[in-house]
Design a protein around this ligand. Structure first.
Ligand code: PLP
Length: 398
């Protein structure tokens, strides 16, 4: 019998969720810069929010020791008790709130996964999360990825979130509001009383605060960080506190972040970890114990260096003609680009692309942060690189 060819079928399409999801714009911009660099162009990278320091030696040594001691097996999915304990001690010492390490802390593969897990735990399709803009795109994209609706709420001109920005934005579908101070991308630091007012607002409306404290140590000019769950009675039941060792300890590659909050949610996230990634790297977890429990001078030294770069870089941007607020936190400058001829904000993506192609300076257009007319430039680069960027910008002509 001659064989008949099977009918040709079209392979199934990608899930609708992933068809609409764009890759992280920051990572995409960085990939473009690297492609140009591979062609031999002298590209200077101010794209990714990544400290240029090596992980401090005592933290690396803790990882070596973990390997030597054979701590190389699966751990509990939500992290080793020693790291949960170190996180709880840190939250008590630095943020003034006591958490039970066994039931109220979960260790994840970076702050990004901690945030994603929070969204999976909280949202049904169609549920809303208030995302103040300008924002790190991941907040909005993760909400959408799990079927939720990011409700983008513009902040005032100083990019500090206030209760007034949220009035009228809560609906019966709202589950949470994002608080990210110091902010990625603007470096703005919220006033402590506004953080507390937003916690009260959330509690009064029966919604959660998802507080991303990733940049809490990167503070300048006397700015203070306010922990969302400290300072309002009962707030710890309404706050999901997400943090990471990535930036504070120059540990971006180690992938350790965490979430602390009400035990029923943390328990659900722990269960989610059992079905998705299982535990974060055992070795990285031991290194993170040392980061949190060990000496903190390294943090102060790195922050002092970021402060010096911030002042030098932002004054330099102003000197070459950019209007740029002096950020009080994080490690990003957020200059404005020239207005269009009709007076509307400049096209940030086109401007960033011209900067990349003509001056070989890579940064991210404000559009990536649901903003326009701005650029985000990370000053987590050496002073020599920052000076060279300023020289090129001055030649590029504002
Ligand atoms: N949150 C904010 C605001 C960030 O900017 C970042 C990284 O850029 C993260 C969370 C996640 O960091 P990681 O996943 O490296 O811990």
């Amino acid at each position: 019998m001659p064989e008949t060819a099977p009918p040709v079928r079209t392979a199934p399409a990608l899930s609708e969720r992933l068809q609409t999801m764009a890759p992280s714009p920051t990572i995409a911009a960085s990939a473009r810069a690297r492609a140009l660099a591979r062609e031999g162009k002298p590209v200077l990278e101010l794209t990714v929010g990544e400290p240029d320091f090596d992980t401090p030696e005592h933290i690396r040594e803790a990882a070596h020791k973990a390997i030597r001691d054979g701590k190389t097996r699966y751990t509990p999915s939500g992290g080793i008790p020693e790291l949960k304990g170190a996180v709880a001690r840190k939250l008590h010492r630095e943020n003034g709130v006591e958490y039970d390490p066994a039931t109220e802390v979960c260790i994840c593969n970076g702050g990004k996964q901690a945030l994603y897990n929070v969204m999976v735990a909280l949202l049904n399709p169609g549920d809303e999360v208030i995302v103040p803009v300008p924002t790190w795109a991941t907040f909005a994209d993760q909400v959408a990825l799990v079927g939720g609706v990011p409700v983008l709420v513009p902040m005032g001109p100083d990019n500090r979130l206030r209760v007034a920005d949220l009035e009228g934005r809560v609906t019966p579908r709202t589950k949470a509001v994002i608080v990210n101070s110091p902010s990625n991308p603007t470096g703005a630091v919220m006033h402590p009383e506004d953080v507390l007012a937003i916690t009260r607002f959330a509690m009064a409306h029966g919604i959660f605060v998802v507080a991303d404290d990733t940049y809490e140590h990167f503070l300048y000019d006397g700015a203070k960080h306010q922990f969302s769950a400290n300072g309002v009675d009962g707030a710890r039941d309404w706050v999901l506190a997400v943090n990471t060792v990535s930036k504070t300890y120059a540990m971006t590659g180690w992938r350790i972040g965490y979430v602390a909050g009400p035990s029923r949610i943390v328990k659900a996230i722990d269960a989610l970890m059992t079905q998705t990634t299982s535990n974060p790297s055992s070795i990285a977890q031991w290194a993170a114990v040392e980061a949190l429990d060990g000496p903190q001078v390294c943090v102060h030294e790195m922050v002092a260096e970021f402060d010096a770069r911030r002042q030098m870089f932002v004054s330099g941007l102003r000197a070459v003609g950019y209007e740029c607020p002096m950020p009080e936190g994080a490690f990003y400058a957020y200059p404005r680009i020239p207005l269009q001829a009709d007076g509307s904000p400049g096209d940030s993506n086109a401007y960033a692309m011209r900067l990349l192609n003509d001056a070989h300076v890579s940064c991210v257009g404000g559009k990536a942060f649901f903003d326009e007319g701005t650029l985000r430039m990370s000053y987590a680069a050496s002073r020599a690189v920052l000076q060279e960027v300023l020289d090129r910008l001055s030649r590029f002509g504002h």
